[in-house]
Structures are given as structure tokens and as C-alpha cells.
Design a protein around this ligand. Structure first.
Ligand code: MG
Length: 230
């Protein structure tokens, strides 16, 4: 199997680029509720499945996508701020998302094995970004995070992953991306990186395969088994 051959080549693995929401934190439930409530404040319906389909976009891109698709026009700067500010308020008022089961053990093992850890996220949520370094001390470092604040286009554009390649100095073949969302997979694949998907959300595996994932698994443990060939 082509994927197995490629995964067996992970002897040259030097870094893993992690997506954050749905990969490091079990945060997508909170994001979904927050987005739905924010759109509802304008009388607009943003169904749960659509939140998951659009996961990875920056906040403004999410609002723009919705306006184009549902209302057939661009959102104004005021509308983007109105909705995104509310989304952030709703999100921050909720209980803090917990780490995905097994993720800390994986990060610790990678660190022991000398494999670099980078985070590449479409999020700009201050609390989550700040929490990363304090929740995973010595494992996640501020200078190894590419967030929505660093990019112009964001996922599904390859920009965020290309930026992580440039900043880290690794070549695509030395890196593995771990994603959970279709647009994140598209972004990583367009940057030329092998992409493993953990399906922690509500979408069918088929949607993740269709977005170009090289492998789709259910749990972090399976990721660990694939990387370390156990
Ligand atoms: Mg994600």
C-alpha cells in the first residue's frame, strides 16, 4: 500500500505540524455553538455540519464564505467584526476545551525522540493560543506556532503550512501534518506535505479522504502506532 510505504519512510521524519482545534484540543463543539449563536444574533442559521466543513478558515473568511453562499453578497467589515466579536465572546464564556485524549503523551514522546513540534492553526482565539504553551510546557513553544494572525489567506490556501515550512527550515518530505478538517487537509496537501487525519468530529471519514488525506484514523494512539511502526 502506498501509504504504508510512505509511512515506513518516517525514519526521516524531523517535524510534525499539528493543527490545533480538533487535534490538540477537543474544542470544535465549543466553536460550533459559538458560531451558531453569533450568526443567530443576525437571524442567520449556520448549521453544525457547515461549521465542521469550514473548520480551519480564519474568522473573517468564515463570515465571508457564509455571506457569499447564503446571501449572495460580500460581508461588510462591520458585519465581519460584529459576528466574529460575538463568536469570540461566546467561545470565551464557555468552559475551557480539554486536550484530545492521548495528545500530551504523543507530544512528550516526539520531544524525547527529537522530532520538532509545530502548531499551524486558523484560530486567533487568544485564550487557546496562550493556553497552548502553558498546557504543554516545554513541548509547544510560542515561536513554533503559525496562527491566523500570521497569515493573509489561511486554510484551505497552502499559505499557513508553507509559512511553517519556511520558518522551520524543514523540507516537505521531512514533515508530517496532523489535521482533522477537510480544508486543513487541502491546505497541507497543497503545501506538498504527507497528511494524516484524526477524525475527531462529526464528518464522515469519506469527506476527509476526498479532501486528499493520506491516512484517516480515529484516535491519537493510532497516529502513534503509525509513526513508530508499532
Ligand atoms: Mg482542526
Amino acid at each position: 500500500m502506498q501509504n504504508e510505504q510512505r509511512l515506513n519512510g518516517f525514519g526521516s521524519l524531523k517535524a510534525i505540524f499539528f493543527d490545533m482545534d480538533g487535534v490538540i484540543y477537543d474544542s470544535m463543539g465549543n466553536h460550533s455553538v459559538a458560531w451558531s449563536k453569533a450568526f443567530a444574533a443576525l437571524g442567520l442559521d449556520f448549521p453544525l455540519e457547515q461549521v465542521y466543513m469550514n473548520e480551519g478558515r480564519t474568522g473573517s473568511s468564515t463570515v465571508q464564505m457564509f455571506f457569499q453562499e447564503k446571501l449572495g453578497r460580500k460581508a461588510t467589515e462591520e458585519e465581519i467584526s460584529f459576528i466574529y466579536d460575538r463568536k469570540s465572546q461566546f467561545f470565551e464564556a464557555m468552559p475551557a476545551p480539554v486536550p484530545i485524549i492521548g495528545i500530551k503523551l504523543l507530544l512528550e514522546r516526539l520531544s524525547r525522540e527529537g522530532i520538532a513540534i509545530w502548531v499551524v492553526t486558523g484560530s486567533a482565539q487568544e485564550l487557546l493560543l496562550e493556553g497552548l504553551c502553558s498546557d504543554f510546557p516545554g513541548l509547544v513553544h510560542k515561536e513554533k506556532i503559525v496562527s491566523a494572525k500570521d497569515v493573509r489567506f489561511g486554510k484551505p490556501d497552502p499559505e499557513p503550512y508553507l509559512m511553517a515550512l519556511r520558518k522551520s527550515g524543514f523540507r516537505p518530505e521531512e514533515v508530517l501534518v496532523i489535521e482533522n478538517a477537510p480544508l486543513g487537509v487541502e491546505s497541507a496537501k497543497a503545501a506538498g506535505i504527507f497528511t494524516l487525519c484524526i477524525n475527531t468530529g462529526i464528518l464522515a471519514d469519506e469527506i476527509l479522504w476526498q479532501s486528499g488525506a493520506d491516512e484517516v484514523v480515529k484516535e491519537v494512539e493510532e497516529v502513534e502506532r503509525l509513526i513508530f511502526k508499532e
